[in-house]
Design a protein around this ligand. Structure first.
Ligand SMILES: NC(=O)c1ccc[n+]([C@@H]2O[C@H](COP(=O)([O-])OP(=O)(O)OC[C@H]3O[C@@H](n4cnc5c(N)ncnc54)[C@H](O)[C@@H]3O)[C@@H](O)[C@H]2O)c1
Length: 381
């Protein structure tokens, strides 16, 4: 009988034979599902016993990457198997409410991708289910990965240290040549919801406050029906002002692609600035006493951090204090939708043509390496 013990992934003294393995099933085996599998395979607290995906290509990839797991086309076998203790939900938002309900009804912990449902009413229903289940010792968490990024925690620490004076202004920008309109993720909405909700959640996390006002300007790039770039600014309830810019519009047809991603916290006395190239994240602090340049590996989607928080939670029976809650995802999603609605209530120009968009999609179909590629396009995943 193995001893039950939480093993931190960074613990170099871990004894692979002395921990309990949490039996986990991955549902949805596209780009994110494969990230989860790799993270579970390197975390000794877990054993992946099932992978579920209706797509034959994904099933073939699953057999290749995890010969020890049962590969199934339907999730029924997973929910019927009482030995499965946790599920990782990596399909699309429209399938998640039913999967979360079934998981909790059959006594399984839930690690879910965002958004947690395909409309805000269902998101709040799911939050309620999760919060009731937690009273019975079943835990849920969501991959709001920016809330688990070392650089954002470091920025909060800088604010708390007083180096900036009083925090006044939050500026966030994330523009890449990412997912093009019509390519996938339709259940998750336009780019400002699908991706932008992360940044809406981040401003709330950095301000330690809820939203009070917002005014959004959007653009229907390439004359697509939905905006693919949006900028919003406004106030938080504690008086901090913010602006968030997000768009998958940054040099989609440029010869050499790049991105522009930063977070700035400006206080009454100092400021700090973070940027990254998806490999390394860098914070520059210009504080009242300290000028500092902090540089560490970016950490990607932090799936390893999330599953480690969940392992600690399951094995101790006590929620990890930093593990993102489904409520965090629902709040971010709700405000991202409200900001999109606000943008639609103003002038929303269309620039560019659907022909340009078709050239972008054609280029992305042939890219083997790039921003936000779907697995069917990317043989490396
Ligand atoms: N947290 C993040 O930063 C982040 C980043 C990217 C994607 N996501 C989210 O992760 C989810 C998956 O995104 P992706 O990029 O991996 O998409 P993807 O298209 O690469 O993969 C989705 C997979 O789910 C499968 N699938 C569809 N319906 C299913 C069902 N009912 N049961 C099981 N499998 C099903 C598809 O066949 C596909 O293989 C989306 O909700 C997306 O918004 C989150």
């Amino acid at each position: 009988m193995k001893t039950s013990r939480f093993v931190c992934p960074l613990d170099s003294n871990r004894d692979q034979n002395r921990h309990m393995e949490i039996k986990v099933a991955v549902i949805g085996f596209g780009r994110m599902g494969r990230f989860y599998l790799k993270a579970f395979q390197t975390d000794p607290n877990y054993r992946v016993t099932y992978i579920c995906d209706p797509s034959p290509e994904s099933q073939e990839k699953a057999r290749e990457m995890a010969p020890e797991a049962k590969v199934v086309a339907s999730e029924d076998a997973i929910f019927a198997d009482p030995s499965v203790q946790a599920v990782a939900l990596c399909a699309f938002a429209d399938s998640r409410p039913a999967q979360i309900r079934r998981a909790l009804e059959t006594g399984k912990h839930v690690i879910t991708e965002k958004p947690i449902a395909d409309c805000i009413e269902r998101e709040w229903e799911v939050v309620k289910l999760a919060e009731e289940a937690e009273q019975r010792g079943l835990f849920c968490c969501v991959n709001m990965y920016l809330l688990n990024s070392w650089y954002h925690h470091e920025m909060r620490r800088i604010v708390d240290s007083g180096e900036l004076g009083e925090l006044a202004i939050i500026r966030i920008c994330h523009m890449t040549p990412g997912l093009a309109p019509g390519e996938g993720h339709e259940a998750e909405g336009p780019s400002f919801h699908d991706c932008g909700m992360h940044y809406v959640g981040l401003a709330r996390f950095l301000a330690k406050s809820e939203y009070k006002t917002w005014h959004a300007q959007a653009l229907r790039m390439w004359s697509w029906k939905d905006p693919w770039w949006l900028q919003v600014h406004g106030t938080m309830q504690n008086g901090i002002v913010y602006d968030v810019t997000q768009g998958f519009v940054y040099g989609q047809l440029s010869k050499d692609q790049t991105h522009n991603s930063y977070v700035e916290l400006i206080g009454t006395q100092g400021f700090c600035h973070m940027t990254h190239d998806f490999k390394t994240a860098v914070i520059d602090l210009h504080g009242v006493n300290v000028t500092e340049h902090i540089e560490r590996p970016h950490g990607g989607k932090n799936v390893d951090v999330l599953i480690s928080q969940m392992a600690e939670t399951i094995l101790s029976g006590k929620r990890h204090p930093l593990m993102p809650r489904l409520r965090d995802s629902a709040m971010a999603s709700e405000y991202a939708w409200k900001m999109l609605d606000d943008a639609r209530s103003h002038e929303m120009p269309a620039i560019g043509t659907l022909d340009e968009l078709e050239r972008i999609r054609e280029r992305r179909r042939n890219l083997k390496d790039g921003y936000g590629l779907l697995p069917r396009h990317n043989k490396n995943v």
